[in-house]
Design a protein around this ligand. Structure first.
Ligand SMILES: [Fe+2]
Length: 158
């Protein structure tokens, strides 16, 4: 990509990708606790859903300035991780598929919550569509198992 447009693409392209993702994981079927595979994966990798919420909120509250907090899948370990990114950076830059994300730019909450980011985060859990997050986890698991399957490993041998 030409140097002259790299920053603009990173900011505007990342902003588009992040917001599209954000609107997809919020929805009318939201407000419940995770069920099925996503609930099991969160418990396995973070201890419990409550502990995951606490860790995610802690990263989001402490994030300096504008940015995003993501729950991602790490393809090399198969585990879930919490990742915070500055400005409009995308998880696509890090090769870790996003499962869930929260916009922590002030524009996401200042009209209703002023400077109270922790209150916004508390309310945000009520609109997370866990069924969509679960679909994203299944995509991640499918892609990771293809990467690590014996047939693909055999193809990589000389
Ligand atoms: Fe935003």
């Amino acid at each position: 990509m030409p140097e002259a447009i790299r920053t603009a693409v990173r900011n505007h392209g990342g902003g588009h990708a992040n917001h599209q993702f954000f609107w997809e994981i919020l929805g009318p079927k939201a407000g419940h606790s995770p069920k099925g595979a996503i609930a099991d994966a969160i418990t396995k990798d973070f201890g419990s859903f409550e502990r995951f919420q606490s860790l995610f909120a802690d990263v989001a509250v402490k994030h300096f300035g504008s940015g995003w907090v993501f729950l991602v899948g790490n393809p090399s370990t198969g585990r879930l991780e919490i990742m915070s990114l500055p400005d409009q950076d995308s998880v696509l830059l890090h090769g870790k598929p996003g499962l869930l994300c929260c916009d922590v730019w002030e524009h996401a909450y200042y009209l209703k919550y002023r400077n109270r980011r922790p209150d916004y985060l508390m309310a945000w859990w009520n609109v997370v569509a866990w069924d969509v997050v679960d679909e994203r986890l299944h995509d991640f698991m499918r892609e990771t198992s293809q990467l690590q399957s014996p047939s693909s490993a055999a193809r990589e041998e000389p």
